[in-house]
Ligand binder design. Sequence first.
Ligand code: G4P
Length: 529
Amino acid sequence: MANQDFLNEINKRRTFAIISHPDAGKTTITEKVLLFGKALQKAGTVKGRGSNQHAKSDWMEMEKERGISVTTSVMQFPYNGALVNLLDTPGHEDFSEDTYRTLTAVDSCLMVIDAAKGVEDRTRKLMEVTRLRDTPIVTFMNKLDRDIRDPMELLDEVETELNMACSPISWPIGCGKGFKGVFHIHRNEAILYQSGKGHTIQDGQTIKGLDNPELDSAVGEELAEQLREELELVIGASHEFDRELFLSGELTPVFFGTALGNFGVDHMLDGLTEWAPAPMPRETSERDVIATEDNFSGFVFKIQANMDPKHRDRIAFMRIVSGKYSQGMKMNHVRTGKTMSISDAVTFMAGDRERAADAYAGDIIGLHNHGKIQIGDTFTQGESLKFSGIPNFAPELFRRIRLKDPLKQKQLLKGLVQLSEEGAVQVFRPLMNNDLIVGAVGVLQFDVVVARLKAEYKVEAIYEAINVATARWVDSTDVKKFEEFKRKAESNLALDGGDNLTYIAPTMVNLNLAKERYPDVAFRQTREH
Ligand code: G4P
C-alpha cells in the first residue's frame, strides 16, 4: 500500500506544455509563469526567445538556441501547493516532430492565442495532436493591451474551428489603450490592470460584484455598462465550466490578459493548477499504467544533443509514468532487456539542470545517453511493458545527401543514424542502390542536419534534389503477400534509421497505385516507436 506522502507528491504534479502559433506570446508567458513560480527574479531573463528571428543558415544562432533550449526544455516550479512541470516545445517555424512527441509527455496544455488574430495555423495543427489523447486544454487570450477582435467572436472561432466548447472564466474590460482589466466571473470581481508593470507581480486592485458602483468610477460608466451587458449575454450564451468536460478535452476554460503586461497570467495559473489533471495513466501494449503504482516506469519522448562542450553526450528525456525515481536505482531498459543503474539523471528545477535526487510520476528526468537509448523506449523496474502512442511522422520533404569527401561515408551514416534517433530527421537507405536519402517534415531541418554533421561528425555534406514525394512505413499480416510485395516493389523500398521497411514513392499517384495493387499491405503515415 503506497504511503500518503508518496501519493501527495504525485497528486500535486501538473505537467503541461504551451501550444501556440509563433509570435502569439509563448516565450513571454513562459517568463511570467516562471516569475510566479519564483523561478525567475525578474521577467525578461528567459533566453532563447524570438527563436524564429535568426537567419536560417546561421548555425551559431541555432546552436545557441538549441543549447539554451536544453536547459529550458523542462521547467519545474511550485505554485499554489502544486508542483508544475512546464515542458517547452521547440519554437521553429517548421512543423517539428519533437513538438508532437513532447505533447505525448504532458497531461494538459495551455493554448495561447493572439487575441488580435484568433486561431492560427500552427495552433490548429497542434490541437489535432492533443486530440489524439483528448488532452485537457486551458486557453489564454493574449495581448489585450492591443486592439483585439470581438471576444465573443474569438470564442466562437475556438468552438467551431477547434471543436471545443468555451467556458470564459474571466472577461475583458476594454482593450488596447482602453484596457482596464478583467472581470473574473468565478470570483465575481473585477481585477484592474495597471500598465507598465509587466516585470513584476502586481497586487491588482479588485472590486467585488458586477453591480458595484465602484466599478463605474474605476473604469468609467460607459465601459462598466458595456461589461454588464456583455456578461449577461456571455453567461447566457456560453458554457458553464464543467471539470469532467474539461478533463475529456471537450471544454476549455478561457482567460483573458496580456502576457507582456503580466496581467491575467496568474488567473490562468490558478485555474490550471486547480483543474488540470494530476499525472494521468498511460497505455502500454499490455495494460494501463497508473501514476500511483509503487513501481517505477517511464518512456523516452525526446533525445537532444548536450550542448555543454564538456559532455558531448546526448540527453534522453524521460516522462516518469508511475512510481518514483531515486538516485542510483536500477531500471530495466525493456527494448534491450538490460538493467541500467542510474546515478546521474538530471532534473530541471527552475530551468537549471541539476542532479536529481528524487523524481515522481509526472516529472521529466534526463538520462545521459551514449547511443543506447532511443525515442519511445520504455524503462521499468522489471516488468516487460511497452508504452504506446509516441509517433514518428512520415516526412514530406526529401533530398539525397552526398559527401564532399567520399572517404567519410561511414561517419556520414553514423551521423545520420544518430540524428534520426534524436528524431531530427529521418534517413532512408534504398535497397537497390547506395543513395542516402534524408527526409524531413520541415525545410529548416535540412540546414540543421548539414550544420550538425559538420560540427559534430566532421563531415561536409551537400544535398541534391531527388524525385521522392512521400514515404510510408509498410507491413502486413500476410507473410506470403508481403514477400511478393517486397520482391515486386523492391526498387521502391528502403530501410529507415531503425531498419524499418519503407515504401518510397516518386509521386502520390504512384503511392495510390501501390496501395490498390497491394491491398494486404499497410502503408503507414506514422510509425510508433
Ligand atoms: P512566441 O514565443 O510565441 O513566438 O512569442 P513571444 O513571446 O516571443 O512574443 C512575440 C512578440 O509579441 C514579442 O514582441 C512580444 O513582446 C510580444 N508580446 C507578447 N505578449 C504580448 C502582449 O501581451 N502584448 C503585446 N503588446 N505584445 C506582446 P517582439 O517585438 O517580437 O519581441 P521583443 O522585441 O518584445 O522581444
